[in-house]
Design a protein around this ligand. Structure first.
Ligand code: MN
Length: 256
């Protein structure tokens, strides 16, 4: 099995290193990650500038590639021929914060997995439910071992083309985890606030700030799973059609 590993936090992120080390026994590993942090960059396709790629090594000496493109560009680059050997699965992470509910449309971690699905390759995104402003204190090793175990199990099932799994791991010791819950997206509650200040030259600037988002832990959702101590596995699809609204709109009789 040939695994492409990427992330949205950049080639130097500790979550990437931990996942690389845990995935080595699972299959052949190719690491291609952005050269800087693309968190909350969404699903990107860079079309209006060239992409550069450099050889790098992770902190443990693992050979890796890095690019000035986005996480989804990493997947596209690899699949379109930068990486010669066929890729069987794309693994993204480990992100230091959970990606829940509506976060998936913002998340570079998740959209890298979505890009894999567009190429017909299973994509698994892994995020750790780190506390707000946890700094660099997170322990990724246990979560990475768990992630590698899930990659192994999912690939043993001969997963369907286009499978995207959004996996969120509670930040708890292994013995406190209750198992794996297959979940649906819950409702994210954002508490963004616009900060309006002036720069030193008197020109206004704006910064989207505010408090960390919360979520509604309805049973069966990703929020619920994390709150209850389960690893949350949400299958995603790129078809965002609001099927229940199609009939309503047809009833509106829109015309030219
Ligand atoms: Mn990130």
């Amino acid at each position: 099995m040939h695994i492409l590993l990427t992330n949205d936090d950049g080639i130097e992120a500790p979550g990437l290193l931990a996942l690389a080390q845990a995935l080595k026994p699972v299959g052949k590993l190719t690491v291609l990650a952005p050269d800087h942090n693309w968190s909350a960059s969404g699903h990107v396709k860079t079309l209006h500038r060239p992409l550069r790629v450099w050889h790098r090594r992770l902190a443990d000496g693992t050979p890796a590639l890095t690019t000035d493109g986005a996480p989804s560009d990493c997947v596209a680059l690899a699949v379109l021929g930068l990486v010669e050997e066929t890729i069987d699965v794309v693994v993204s992470g480990i992100n230091p914060y959970a990606n829940l509910g509506h976060d998936v449309t913002y998340s570079g971690t998740v959209t890298a997995a979505m890009e894999a699905a567009i190429s017909g390759i299973p994509g698994l995104a892994f995020s750790l439910d780190g506390a707000e402003n946890h700094g660099a204190e997170l322990e990724y090793e246990a979560a990475a071992e768990l992630a590698a175990g899930l990659v192994r199990q999912v690939m043993a099932q001969d997963p369907p083309r286009g499978l995207v799994l959004n996996v969120n791991i509670p930040c708890r010791p292994r013995q406190e985890l209750r198992g794996v819950a297959i979940t649906r997206q819950g409702l994210r509650v954002y508490r963004d606030a616009l900060v309006h200040r002036e720069d030193p030259r008197g020109r206004p600037y704006y910064w989207i700030g505010g408090e960390a988002p919360t979520g509604v832990p309805d049973p069966g959702t990703d929020f619920w799973a994390l709150a209850e101590g389960y690893v949350s596995v949400t299958p995603l699809q790129l078809d965002l059609t609001a099927h229940e609204q199609v009939a309503t709109l047809q009833g509106w009789g829109l015309e030219l």
